[in-house]
Design a protein around this ligand. Structure first.
Ligand code: IDP
Ligand code: MG
Length: 149
C-alpha cells in the first residue's frame, strides 16, 4: 500500500476546515496511520520546502506554513498519492476543479489550505520530517474487505 503525507495548513485550521479535509480523504477509503496537531518549526519548513528555495514566493511560504498550528497526517491506500493529489486539486485555485478541496475552498495560490506530497518517494521524505517511526500505527480496518477486492 502506498503512503501519502498530507498537511492541513494554518489557513485550513483557522478556517475550520480540518474535519472537512479529513472527511473527504477518509471517505474515499484511505486509512489514517499517523496524525498530529502541531506548529511547523522554521527548520522543518526549510526542509519541507527546500525544493522551492530561491523562488520569489519562498520566504512568504516559510512564514505562512510556520504562522500557526497545522494538522499533519500519513494515510495509506491504493494509489494514495495520485488520488489524493486529485482530491486536493491544482496548486493554483484558478486551475483547481470544483469538487476538489482547493477548488471548493480557496481563491489564492499562497493560501491553498492543504499540502499533499507529489510522489511516493517525497511522501516518505516529508513525513520523516514530522513523524518518528513509532508514531505510525499499523492496523487493519474492519471495512478493508469492502474497499479492496
Ligand atoms: P503543491 O502544494 O500543489 O505541490 P508546489 O508548486 O509544490 O505546489 O508549491 C508548494 C506551495 O508553495 C504551494 O502549495 C503554495 O502554498 C506555495 N506556492 C506555490 N507557488 C506559489 C506562488 O506563486 N505564490 C505564492 N505561493 C506559492
Ligand atoms: Mg509540491
Amino acid at each position: 500500500m502506498e503512503r501519502e503525507f498530507i498537511m492541513i495548513k494554518p489557513d485550513g485550521v483557522q478556517r475550520n476546515l480540518v474535519g472537512e479535509v479529513i472527511s473527504r480523504i477518509e471517505k474515499v477509503g484511505f486509512k489514517i496511520i499517523a496524525m498530529k496537531f502541531h506548529k511547523v518549526t522554521m527548520e522543518q519548513a526549510e526542509k519541507h520546502y527546500a525544493i522551492h528555495k530561491g523562488k520569489p514566493f519562498y520566504q512568504g511560504l516559510l512564514e505562512y506554513i510556520t504562522s500557526g498550528p497545522v494538522v499533519s497526517m500519513i494515510v495509506e491506500g491504493k494509489e494514495a498519492v495520485k488520488i489524493i493529489r486529485k482530491i486536493v486539486g491544482a496548486t493554483n485555485p484558478v486551475d483547481a476543479e470544483p469538487g476538489s478541496i482547493r477548488g471548493d475552498y480557496t481563491l489564492e495560490i499562497g493560501r491553498n489550505i492543504v499540502h499533499a506530497a507529489d510522489s511516493p518517494e517525497n511522501a516518505i521524505l516529508e513525513y520523516q520530517i514530522y513523524f518518528k517511526d513509532d508514531e505510525i500505527q499499523t492496523y487493519e480496518r474492519i471495512d478493508e474487505n469492502w474497499i479492496y477486492e
